[in-house]
Design a protein around this ligand. Structure first.
Ligand SMILES: Cc1ncc(COP(=O)(O)O)c(C=O)c1O
Length: 455
């Protein structure tokens, strides 16, 4: 097996070459980016959309393909951060949206569509008795955390190092602390993930190391009486969709119950793994669950739900509810119609197709790493995966930090110039329209990259 230090100079050379090719082939995207920069800081309106030398601008999506302003056609392996499980413009979603467009796009009253989508989610997810819709996953986690603080009367939130739960202050902590900033691996420190977060908020956050139950138990025991909830993703997306080791997740659930904390499962991304969510796969019953992404069928969405006695905090039948929950576009009928049409398509065979293809793909990637002697780790589960160029396996955030950034960036640009849109952070997912031919074309580009790297 080659060492990363041996491969990195070659990756830098590939990167320099591919940047030039990209710049030459994307003049319209460059001009669009320069224009955007005048009115949007950094030319984008979402941090993750930027990549150097400049991001391409999408002109349209077709199934599993993206077409940019310069006419480049690329396989969409990012799917708007795992959202587009049916790909772009699925006909049944378009029909549902077009039908609703003619009936109205925003109302102050229920339209019945929110009830229907809520019924679908409640029937699929065993732990969810009631739920509320929001406009984003961030708002969903915000409300779930507020519910936990209200219900328990405790101030603190425990979260996983490297876990992303949205952009609000309570959870934008220790999402990607650099180098030694996070303290000891088995006793991580809370680190603000953004300027402008008050020290009191950082001080109200307890950080747990992923997949290290013993260390997490010791940390929770120290602060138990102050902690309102543990929030955790069953599959830690930020480090490459690394599934929680079952005993870790079950152990955390038990600790929460033992100390009277709520257990919040963030299924914003992992809900694409199973009809009943990852909680069904892991056999775990959270108190509250957060949703987003696929449940809006490609439109802005989020939701939080769970035990009826907790959701009663939002009940407005006898006053304003203990926790006010506003949001002009909550349960927007276009989003709801798209979400219903999407979930209707997500039958057991659809999940089997996606998850089976994902399993085969990860096995092939690992085999390619072995064949070329490149230290390649393919993490993920079901239809979600990430390639890390790393010499050791990835179980937690600290492991993920050891992966090579130049190799990753070189693969990203190499792919962009050869018909792939890999997630800028390397997190990829399948969509239903992707067939064997598309998956083979992806693997072919990865193999060509490994060849170039070893040349
Ligand atoms: C696990 C998880 N939770 C919450 C969020 C926040 O969702 P949104 O971007 O819709 O606010 C995300 C977004 O990527 C996520 O991956």
């Amino acid at each position: 097996m080659r060492r990363l230090s041996e491969l990195e100079p070659c990756a830098q050379a590939i990167l320099a070459r591919e940047r030039e090719v990209y710049a030459a082939r994307n003049p319209r995207s460059r001009a669009a980016f320069e224009r955007s920069c005048r009115v949007l800081p950094g030319g984008v309106t979402r941090t993750l959309c930027h990549f150097p030398p400049f991001p391409c601008q999408s002109e349209r999506g077709e199934g599993c393909w993206l077409v940019d302003l310069d006419g480049n056609r690329r396989l969409d392996l990012f799917n708007c951060a795992t959202t587009l499980i049916l790909g772009h413009c699925p006909p049944e979603v378009l029909r549902a949206v077009e039908g609703q467009l003619g009936r109205g796009t925003a109302f102050q009253t229920n339209t019945g569509l929110e009830t229907l989508l809520a019924e679908m989610l409640v029937s699929r997810v065993a732990s969810v008795e009631q739920l509320r819709f929001t406009n984003s996953g961030s708002e969903g986690t915000l409300m779930a955390v507020r519910a936990a603080r209200t219900f328990t009367g405790r101030p603190k939130l425990a979260k996983i190092e490297g876990g992303y739960h949205g952009s609000h202050d309570s959870v934008e902590i220790s999402v990607r602390p650099g180098g030694s900033a996070g303290g000891a691996a088995d006793a991580p420190m809370a680190v603000a993930g953004s300027a402008g977060i008050l020290p009191e908020v950082v001080g109200s956050t307890v950080i747990l190391p992923y997949n290290n139950l013993g260390a997490a138990q010791a940390i929770l025991a120290r602060e138990a009486s102050q902690i309102a909830a543990i929030i955790v993703e069953p599959v830690l997306a930020g480090i490459g969709f690394v599934p929680a080791e079952p005993e870790f997740l079950v152990g955390l659930r038990e600790e929460a119950r033992r100390y009277g904390m709520l257990f919040i499962l963030d299924e914003v991304q992992s809900f694409r793994l199973d009809r009943g969510g990852a909680q069904r796969l892991f056999g775990i019953t959270p108190d509250l669950t957060c949703f987003g992404k696929i449940i809006g069928g490609g439109f802005p969405v989020g939701a939080f739900g769970g035990r009826a006695d907790l959701m009663a905090l939002f009940d407005t039948t006898a006053g304003r509810g203990k926790i006010p929950h506003a949001g002009t576009f909550n349960g927007n009928p276009i989003t709801m119609a798209a979400g219903i049409a999407t979930l209707e398509r997500l039958t057991e065979p659809a999940y089997e197709k996606l998850n089976g293809a994902g399993d085969r793909l990860r096995a092939r990637l690992r085999a390619l790493g072995g064949q070329y002697g490149v230290p390649l780790q393919a993490t993920g589960i079901g239809s979600l995966w990430k390639i890390h160029f790393a010499e050791t396996g990835i179980r937690d955030y600290r492991d993920a930090l050891k992966a090579s950034a130049p190799l990753h960036e070189a693969l990203f640009l190499y792919g962009l110039n050869r018909g792939l849109f890999i997630g800028p952070a390397g997190r990829d997912c399948l969509s239903l329209p992707m067939g064997e031919a598309e998956i083979e074309s992806y693997l072919g580009v990865v193999e060509a990259f490994l060849q170039a790297l070893c040349a």
